[in-house]
Design a protein around this ligand. Structure first.
Ligand code: APR
Length: 308
Protein backbone atom coordinates (compact mmCIF):
# COMPACT_ATOMS: atom_id res chain seq x y z
CA UNK A 1 0.00 0.00 0.00
CA UNK A 2 1.27 3.44 -0.86
CA UNK A 3 1.67 5.80 2.02
CA UNK A 4 -0.42 8.97 2.12
CA UNK A 5 0.59 12.36 3.52
CA UNK A 6 -1.72 15.35 3.78
CA UNK A 7 -0.30 18.85 3.94
CA UNK A 8 -2.70 21.40 5.42
CA UNK A 9 -1.98 24.87 4.07
CA UNK A 10 -0.72 25.14 0.50
CA UNK A 11 1.27 28.32 1.06
CA UNK A 12 5.02 28.68 1.02
CA UNK A 13 5.86 26.03 3.61
CA UNK A 14 3.04 23.65 2.67
CA UNK A 15 3.73 23.66 -1.07
CA UNK A 16 7.45 23.16 -0.41
CA UNK A 17 6.70 20.20 1.86
CA UNK A 18 4.44 18.69 -0.81
CA UNK A 19 7.08 19.22 -3.49
CA UNK A 20 9.87 17.63 -1.44
CA UNK A 21 7.75 14.58 -0.58
CA UNK A 22 6.64 14.11 -4.18
CA UNK A 23 10.14 14.66 -5.61
CA UNK A 24 11.52 11.95 -3.35
CA UNK A 25 8.54 9.64 -3.93
CA UNK A 26 8.08 9.24 -0.17
CA UNK A 27 4.27 9.06 -0.39
CA UNK A 28 1.19 10.20 -2.27
CA UNK A 29 0.32 13.74 -1.25
CA UNK A 30 -2.90 15.66 -0.69
CA UNK A 31 -2.63 19.41 -0.16
CA UNK A 32 -5.53 21.39 1.19
CA UNK A 33 -6.10 25.05 1.89
CA UNK A 34 -8.90 27.45 2.68
CA UNK A 35 -8.18 29.27 -0.60
CA UNK A 36 -9.98 27.79 -3.59
CA UNK A 37 -7.81 26.85 -6.54
CA UNK A 38 -4.43 27.33 -4.87
CA UNK A 39 -3.92 23.74 -3.67
CA UNK A 40 -5.39 22.39 -6.91
CA UNK A 41 -3.11 24.51 -9.08
CA UNK A 42 0.04 23.86 -7.08
CA UNK A 43 -0.80 20.16 -6.82
CA UNK A 44 -1.16 19.84 -10.56
CA UNK A 45 2.05 21.75 -11.14
CA UNK A 46 4.00 19.43 -8.78
CA UNK A 47 2.40 16.37 -10.40
CA UNK A 48 3.61 17.50 -13.81
CA UNK A 49 7.19 17.59 -12.52
CA UNK A 50 6.89 13.83 -11.93
CA UNK A 51 7.99 12.70 -15.39
CA UNK A 52 11.03 14.96 -15.20
CA UNK A 53 12.23 14.03 -11.73
CA UNK A 54 11.18 10.40 -12.08
CA UNK A 55 8.49 10.34 -9.41
CA UNK A 56 5.21 8.42 -9.63
CA UNK A 57 3.86 9.96 -6.44
CA UNK A 58 0.23 11.00 -6.85
CA UNK A 59 -0.53 14.51 -5.71
CA UNK A 60 -3.81 16.36 -5.58
CA UNK A 61 -4.96 19.69 -4.22
CA UNK A 62 -8.39 20.06 -2.66
CA UNK A 63 -10.64 22.16 -0.46
CA UNK A 64 -12.53 19.09 0.73
CA UNK A 65 -11.24 17.25 3.79
CA UNK A 66 -12.87 14.04 2.53
CA UNK A 67 -9.95 13.75 0.09
CA UNK A 68 -7.51 13.67 3.02
CA UNK A 69 -9.07 10.49 4.45
CA UNK A 70 -6.79 7.80 5.85
CA UNK A 71 -3.59 9.78 5.73
CA UNK A 72 -0.63 8.20 7.53
CA UNK A 73 0.96 11.54 8.36
CA UNK A 74 -0.51 15.05 8.30
CA UNK A 75 1.70 18.13 8.25
CA UNK A 76 -0.10 21.26 9.47
CA UNK A 77 1.30 24.48 7.99
CA UNK A 78 -1.99 26.40 7.82
CA UNK A 79 -2.01 29.85 9.32
CA UNK A 80 -0.30 33.16 9.08
CA UNK A 81 3.45 33.78 8.79
CA UNK A 82 5.39 36.57 10.45
CA UNK A 83 5.88 40.02 8.98
CA UNK A 84 8.93 42.17 9.76
CA UNK A 85 9.01 43.30 13.38
CA UNK A 86 6.70 40.50 14.55
CA UNK A 87 7.75 37.72 16.90
CA UNK A 88 6.38 34.22 16.41
CA UNK A 89 4.29 34.83 19.54
CA UNK A 90 2.43 37.68 17.84
CA UNK A 91 0.71 35.05 15.69
CA UNK A 92 -0.86 33.32 18.69
CA UNK A 93 -4.55 34.21 18.54
CA UNK A 94 -4.97 34.08 14.76
CA UNK A 95 -3.19 30.77 14.34
CA UNK A 96 -4.86 29.23 17.39
CA UNK A 97 -8.23 29.37 15.60
CA UNK A 98 -6.76 28.00 12.36
CA UNK A 99 -4.91 25.10 13.99
CA UNK A 100 -7.88 24.13 16.16
CA UNK A 101 -10.31 24.11 13.23
CA UNK A 102 -8.02 22.28 10.82
CA UNK A 103 -6.98 19.65 13.39
CA UNK A 104 -10.62 18.86 14.15
CA UNK A 105 -11.29 18.32 10.44
CA UNK A 106 -8.18 16.23 9.90
CA UNK A 107 -8.80 13.79 12.74
CA UNK A 108 -12.37 13.29 11.59
CA UNK A 109 -11.05 11.75 8.36
CA UNK A 110 -7.65 10.41 9.47
CA UNK A 111 -8.17 9.14 13.01
CA UNK A 112 -4.98 7.08 12.90
CA UNK A 113 -2.58 9.66 11.52
CA UNK A 114 0.48 11.20 13.08
CA UNK A 115 0.33 14.99 13.24
CA UNK A 116 3.37 17.15 12.55
CA UNK A 117 2.86 20.81 13.38
CA UNK A 118 4.76 23.61 11.66
CA UNK A 119 2.47 26.60 12.30
CA UNK A 120 3.85 29.18 14.74
CA UNK A 121 4.09 29.86 17.60
CA UNK A 122 5.08 26.24 17.27
CA UNK A 123 5.11 24.82 20.77
CA UNK A 124 1.78 26.39 21.70
CA UNK A 125 0.21 25.25 18.41
CA UNK A 126 1.28 21.67 19.18
CA UNK A 127 -0.64 21.92 22.43
CA UNK A 128 -3.71 23.20 20.54
CA UNK A 129 -3.48 20.23 18.15
CA UNK A 130 -2.97 17.74 21.00
CA UNK A 131 -6.14 18.95 22.75
CA UNK A 132 -8.20 19.33 19.56
CA UNK A 133 -7.24 15.89 18.25
CA UNK A 134 -7.58 13.96 21.49
CA UNK A 135 -4.58 11.94 20.26
CA UNK A 136 -2.05 10.28 22.52
CA UNK A 137 0.99 12.50 23.03
CA UNK A 138 3.35 10.43 20.89
CA UNK A 139 1.22 11.20 17.80
CA UNK A 140 1.51 15.00 17.93
CA UNK A 141 4.98 16.36 17.13
CA UNK A 142 6.30 19.83 16.39
CA UNK A 143 8.89 20.80 13.79
CA UNK A 144 11.37 23.34 15.10
CA UNK A 145 14.48 21.73 16.52
CA UNK A 146 15.68 20.30 13.21
CA UNK A 147 15.37 23.74 11.62
CA UNK A 148 17.05 25.58 14.49
CA UNK A 149 19.81 22.95 14.57
CA UNK A 150 20.26 23.19 10.79
CA UNK A 151 20.73 26.94 11.10
CA UNK A 152 23.27 26.39 13.88
CA UNK A 153 25.05 23.73 11.75
CA UNK A 154 25.10 26.00 8.70
CA UNK A 155 26.74 28.85 10.59
CA UNK A 156 29.30 26.53 12.21
CA UNK A 157 30.21 25.01 8.83
CA UNK A 158 30.52 28.48 7.27
CA UNK A 159 32.75 29.71 10.07
CA UNK A 160 35.11 26.70 9.90
CA UNK A 161 34.87 26.27 6.12
CA UNK A 162 33.95 22.58 6.47
CA UNK A 163 31.20 20.41 5.03
CA UNK A 164 27.81 20.79 6.69
CA UNK A 165 27.82 17.00 6.82
CA UNK A 166 30.66 17.12 9.34
CA UNK A 167 28.67 19.27 11.72
CA UNK A 168 26.38 17.80 14.31
CA UNK A 169 24.57 20.15 16.64
CA UNK A 170 21.32 20.41 18.43
CA UNK A 171 19.02 22.99 19.86
CA UNK A 172 16.67 22.42 22.76
CA UNK A 173 13.74 24.40 24.11
CA UNK A 174 10.91 26.35 22.57
CA UNK A 175 11.02 27.66 19.00
CA UNK A 176 11.50 31.26 19.98
CA UNK A 177 13.95 33.79 21.26
CA UNK A 178 14.70 31.62 24.29
CA UNK A 179 15.75 28.50 22.34
CA UNK A 180 18.81 26.73 23.78
CA UNK A 181 21.56 25.84 21.27
CA UNK A 182 23.53 23.15 23.13
CA UNK A 183 27.17 23.98 22.52
CA UNK A 184 28.46 21.14 24.71
CA UNK A 185 26.72 18.53 22.55
CA UNK A 186 27.80 20.06 19.23
CA UNK A 187 30.78 18.71 17.36
CA UNK A 188 32.55 18.69 14.02
CA UNK A 189 33.62 15.23 12.81
CA UNK A 190 33.53 14.13 16.43
CA UNK A 191 35.64 17.05 17.68
CA UNK A 192 33.88 19.18 20.32
CA UNK A 193 32.99 22.63 19.01
CA UNK A 194 34.77 24.23 21.97
CA UNK A 195 38.08 22.80 20.67
CA UNK A 196 37.64 24.54 17.32
CA UNK A 197 36.23 27.97 18.13
CA UNK A 198 36.73 30.56 20.82
CA UNK A 199 33.91 31.49 23.17
CA UNK A 200 33.18 34.81 21.46
CA UNK A 201 32.74 33.18 18.05
CA UNK A 202 30.47 30.52 19.51
CA UNK A 203 28.39 33.19 21.27
CA UNK A 204 28.00 35.11 18.01
CA UNK A 205 26.86 31.98 16.16
CA UNK A 206 24.45 31.04 18.94
CA UNK A 207 22.85 34.48 18.74
CA UNK A 208 22.58 34.32 14.95
CA UNK A 209 20.89 30.92 15.30
CA UNK A 210 18.36 32.37 17.74
CA UNK A 211 17.67 35.20 15.30
CA UNK A 212 17.81 32.91 12.24
CA UNK A 213 14.13 33.15 11.39
CA UNK A 214 13.94 36.90 11.96
CA UNK A 215 16.96 37.47 9.70
CA UNK A 216 15.03 35.91 6.82
CA UNK A 217 11.75 37.70 7.62
CA UNK A 218 13.66 40.98 7.44
CA UNK A 219 14.79 40.20 3.91
CA UNK A 220 11.52 38.75 2.64
CA UNK A 221 9.30 41.44 4.18
CA UNK A 222 6.12 39.60 3.15
CA UNK A 223 6.52 36.35 5.06
CA UNK A 224 8.89 33.93 6.71
CA UNK A 225 11.29 31.15 5.77
CA UNK A 226 10.08 28.06 3.94
CA UNK A 227 12.87 26.15 2.18
CA UNK A 228 14.69 25.03 5.33
CA UNK A 229 11.45 24.64 7.34
CA UNK A 230 9.99 22.36 4.67
CA UNK A 231 13.20 20.30 4.50
CA UNK A 232 13.04 19.86 8.27
CA UNK A 233 9.39 18.77 8.24
CA UNK A 234 10.10 16.25 5.49
CA UNK A 235 12.98 14.74 7.46
CA UNK A 236 10.41 14.00 10.18
CA UNK A 237 7.89 12.63 7.67
CA UNK A 238 10.53 10.31 6.23
CA UNK A 239 11.65 9.05 9.66
CA UNK A 240 8.03 8.15 10.48
CA UNK A 241 7.05 6.61 7.12
CA UNK A 242 10.23 4.52 6.99
CA UNK A 243 10.16 3.71 10.71
CA UNK A 244 13.76 4.85 10.89
CA UNK A 245 13.99 5.27 14.70
CA UNK A 246 15.89 8.47 13.99
CA UNK A 247 16.81 10.75 16.86
CA UNK A 248 15.86 14.29 15.94
CA UNK A 249 15.20 17.41 17.98
CA UNK A 250 11.40 17.82 17.99
CA UNK A 251 8.74 19.57 20.04
CA UNK A 252 7.32 16.83 22.26
CA UNK A 253 4.73 16.86 25.05
CA UNK A 254 6.70 16.43 28.25
CA UNK A 255 5.33 14.83 31.37
CA UNK A 256 8.20 15.16 33.79
CA UNK A 257 11.11 14.76 31.38
CA UNK A 258 13.69 17.50 31.92
CA UNK A 259 11.61 18.52 34.94
CA UNK A 260 8.89 19.95 32.68
CA UNK A 261 5.25 18.99 33.14
CA UNK A 262 2.39 19.16 30.66
CA UNK A 263 4.03 21.25 27.94
CA UNK A 264 5.51 20.96 24.44
CA UNK A 265 9.20 21.83 24.38
CA UNK A 266 11.98 20.91 21.95
CA UNK A 267 13.92 17.82 23.05
CA UNK A 268 15.75 14.96 21.29
CA UNK A 269 13.17 12.35 20.33
CA UNK A 270 13.28 9.03 18.50
CA UNK A 271 10.91 9.10 15.52
CA UNK A 272 9.51 5.92 14.04
CA UNK A 273 6.25 4.47 12.77
CA UNK A 274 4.46 5.20 16.06
CA UNK A 275 5.55 8.83 16.05
CA UNK A 276 7.64 9.75 19.08
CA UNK A 277 8.90 6.40 20.31
CA UNK A 278 11.24 7.73 22.98
CA UNK A 279 12.30 11.00 24.49
CA UNK A 280 16.03 11.05 25.08
CA UNK A 281 17.03 12.76 28.32
CA UNK A 282 20.58 14.08 28.23
CA UNK A 283 22.39 15.42 31.28
CA UNK A 284 22.39 19.21 31.42
CA UNK A 285 24.56 21.55 33.41
CA UNK A 286 22.73 23.81 35.87
CA UNK A 287 23.08 26.71 33.37
CA UNK A 288 21.65 24.66 30.49
CA UNK A 289 18.81 23.40 32.70
CA UNK A 290 18.03 26.98 33.74
CA UNK A 291 17.97 28.12 30.10
CA UNK A 292 15.63 25.25 29.21
CA UNK A 293 13.33 26.15 32.11
CA UNK A 294 13.29 29.77 30.97
CA UNK A 295 12.36 28.65 27.47
CA UNK A 296 9.63 26.38 28.84
CA UNK A 297 8.24 29.29 30.89
CA UNK A 298 7.96 31.37 27.71
CA UNK A 299 5.95 28.55 26.08
CA UNK A 300 3.77 28.19 29.19
CA UNK A 301 2.88 31.89 29.10
CA UNK A 302 1.45 31.48 25.59
CA UNK A 303 -0.41 28.31 26.43
CA UNK A 304 -2.01 30.04 29.41
CA UNK A 305 -3.28 32.88 27.21
CA UNK A 306 -5.21 30.44 25.01
CA UNK A 307 -6.02 28.12 27.93
CA UNK A 308 -5.22 24.80 26.23
N1 APR B 1 -7.42 26.12 6.60
C1 APR B 1 -6.54 25.77 5.64
N2 APR B 1 -5.56 26.60 5.23
C2 APR B 1 -5.49 27.81 5.80
C3 APR B 1 -6.37 28.22 6.82
C4 APR B 1 -7.38 27.31 7.22
N3 APR B 1 -8.26 27.62 8.17
N4 APR B 1 -6.04 29.48 7.18
C5 APR B 1 -4.99 29.84 6.42
N5 APR B 1 -4.65 28.84 5.59
C6 APR B 1 -3.61 28.82 4.57
C7 APR B 1 -3.49 30.13 3.82
O1 APR B 1 -4.54 30.28 2.87
C8 APR B 1 -2.12 30.00 3.18
O2 APR B 1 -2.19 29.45 1.87
O3 APR B 1 -2.32 28.61 5.11
C9 APR B 1 -1.39 29.02 4.12
C10 APR B 1 -0.19 29.64 4.78
O4 APR B 1 0.75 29.90 3.81
P1 APR B 1 1.69 31.21 3.81
O5 APR B 1 0.86 32.42 4.09
O6 APR B 1 2.52 31.16 2.60
O7 APR B 1 2.59 30.97 5.12
P2 APR B 1 3.84 29.98 5.27
O8 APR B 1 5.08 30.72 5.00
O9 APR B 1 3.57 28.73 4.53
O10 APR B 1 3.82 29.70 6.83
C11 APR B 1 2.79 28.95 7.42
O11 APR B 1 4.26 27.97 9.03
O12 APR B 1 6.50 28.43 9.50
C12 APR B 1 5.17 28.66 9.89
O13 APR B 1 5.22 30.86 10.90
C13 APR B 1 4.81 30.12 9.79
O14 APR B 1 2.72 29.98 10.94
C14 APR B 1 3.32 30.06 9.67
C15 APR B 1 3.08 28.75 8.89
Amino acid sequence: MRKKVTVVGAGNVGASVALRIADRELADVVTTDILEGIPQGKGLDILQAGPIVGSDAHIIGTNDYKDTANSDVVVVTAGFPRQPGMSRDDLLMKNYEVVKATTEKIVQYSPNCILILVTNPLDAMCQVALRASGFAKHRVIGMAGILDSARFRTFIAQELNVSVENVSAFVLGGHGDTMVPLVRYSHVAGIPLTELMDAATIARIVQRTRDGGAEIVKYLKTGSAYYAPSAAAVEMVEAILKDKKKILPCAAYLEGEYGIQGLFVGVPAKLGARGIEQIIEVKLTPEEQAALQKSASAVRELVEVIKV
